[in-house]
Design a protein around this ligand. Sequence first.
Ligand code: AMP
Ligand code: MN
Ligand code: MN
Length: 342
Amino acid sequence: MQRKLRGEKKKIINKILKIIRENRTFFITSHMRPDGDSIGAQLALGSFLKRLGKEVYIANRDHVPAVYRFLSHSSDIHVVEKVERNFDVAFILDCSDLQRIGDIIDLKNRVKIVINMDHHLDCELFGDYNYVEPQASSVAEELYDLFKQSGLEMIEEEVLALYVGILTDTGRFQEANTTPRCHEIVAELIKKGISPQVVSQKVYESRTGPALRLLSLTLRTLEVTAGGKIAHLLITQDMYKETGGREDETEGFVNFARDVAGVEAGILFRETEIGDQFRVSFRSKGKIDVSKIARLFGGGGHRNAAGCTVKGNVGEVKQKILNAVSREVANTGTTEGRDSQC
Ligand code: AMP
Ligand code: MN
Ligand code: MN
């Protein structure tokens, strides 16, 4: 089985490399509210394609979070509602379904070939070619294998972008998607010049005063329910206004809910700018599958890290979500170990 999988992987990578050779214009995008993997993977792939002489256009619906702006060419990622250009090939990275790109392009009419590169277990195979590997820690890891197979030596900015993708999607090498394979790749990236300490400073030790004040207010909302098994946090629009902290600075806040001893599922409710609507982030321990809960509400994710957006006032949304999580916690026996992050 393992050998067969490896063979299939080689085949899909070869096919993608052939498509790259035979085409000229490339569009790259990823999911709304991008994270370290989506940004790192887009930049690494963009650089690789440009070095092969290709025309590359990267665009996302939402801007690059401040902590990833130290990555070379991050300012070249366009932030647009709609891309009105034609391309030979589109790479859709880190998206379990096409809704996640936020309708940024009319793929049917503007693109000849769609390539889906992802690592979500429930990824819809929406591409003409699908390089989907649920066992990969991140899209960055999948790209590492593609670069290797191409025979083209990686350059410094690509190495850094891939490292950031793997680092952030494994939750600093703490989640269950932290495999021997991903450590082997990271060892290679460090040999090529990455300083884990410097990158950690850029990504994690760069919180702003307003963001920390927002964290402080958020922690005050902590509630633990279901006999100590569920913890939740809340961020309202007023809290952003009061502190000056921004939504793109709240990455990792939800972990504080899961950090509580004995808690099996941590939840963060974030009120959106349009009101009566909340973005809900879930993190769990062990066997609790929060992606199942997120899917009930039109979202998705991984077993231990998932999200969705739910309409309603704060009381309604909390009640709906807490009921669903309580059911899942009650129906699932607890074991140690968590699955993949983002
Ligand atoms: P977050 O809590 O926003 O960091 O999201 C955790 C993970 O859940 C992401 O990496 C995605 O895989 C997934 N996710 C979050 N929001 C959604 C959504 N609205 N639809 C599908 N998947 C989502
Ligand atoms: Mn990812
Ligand atoms: Mn992601």
